[in-house]
Design a protein around this ligand. Structure first.
Ligand code: DC
Length: 231
């Protein structure tokens, strides 16, 4: 079980991706964006016409098709890009179509089991900063560093709107807030690996904090522990 892991969990829009990417860069660790993995599998199911909403009338058949699709797929993370069956799908992962289905896909136990194995394999290869919902609680219970990064829902909606605006998409903050609250509920009430703070994780509320200050705080903690251990 990998231990050289900074496990960062928290709800959507709390700033995990930006913090984790910058922290990984400063530490010289790999970066594992597990939300992108669930998004890629959701995109795959949408392409194959077997995403949960499309199979709602016949869930058993739908699950069989999703399992087959997953078994035949090869998901790779290469320098921050997500490559599915040899195709770079990174640009397709943050659409609202994917976002409308990703909570349902990530609630499926057979999807979670496959992603968990892949995530552990990545971390076996070297130290990583891994971000998601169940990094500290399920995938890397032995991680040396665990963080639960939170922010007020209104702040999270504001940040997501800024992301969308950068992509040239105008979406109302009220609508984004509504969608965030729905995803929070789905992600934290599912039976398999729900979003929750690991008992040994430190809690950071990033509302009103800059990315730099959160990264600096975590960097100091990790480097401090490493230095103490080397003494
Ligand atoms: O962090 P994100 O918004 O890219 O995550 C997309 C979805 O994937 C989110 O609704 C919850 C799910 N997810 C998960 O269930 N477990 C993870 N480790 C990461 C993401």
């Amino acid at each position: 079980m990998p231990t050289e892991v900074v496990a960062i969990d928290g709800p959507s829009g709390a700033g995990k991706s930006t913090v984790a990417r910058q922290l990984a860069q400063r530490l010289g660790f790999g970066f594992l964006d597990t939300g992108a993995m669930y998004r890629a599998i959701t995109w795959l199911f949408l392409q194959a016409g077997c995403a949960p909403a499309e199979c709602a009338a016949e869930p058993d058949q739908g699950h069989a098709r999703m399992r087959a699709c997953l078994q035949q797929s090869r998901l790779e993370l290469q320098n921050g890009r997500v490559v599915l069956n040899g195709r770079d799908v990174t640009e397709h992962l943050r659409t609202r179509e994917v976002e409308s289905q990703v909570s349902a896909v990530s609630a499926l136990s057979f999807v979670r089991a496959a992603m968990r194995d892949l995530q552990r394999a990545v971390a076996q290869a070297g130290p990583v900063v891994a971000e998601g919902r169940d990094m500290g609680s399920v995938v890397f219970p032995m991680a040396r560093w665990k963080v639960y990064l939170d922010a007020a829902p209104s702040e999270r909606a504001r940040r997501r709107c800024q992301d969308f605006a950068r992509q040239g998409r105008e979406v109302s903050e009220a609508l984004v807030l509504e969608e965030i609250l729905v995803r929070d509920r789905l992600d934290s009430t599912r039976s398999d690996a729900p979003l929750r703070q690991a008992a040994d994780a430190i809690y950071i509320d990033s509302t009103g904090l800059t990315t730099e200050s959160v990264v600096a705080q975590l960097f100091a903690r990790v480097r401090g522990d490493e230095v103490r251990e080397a003494l």
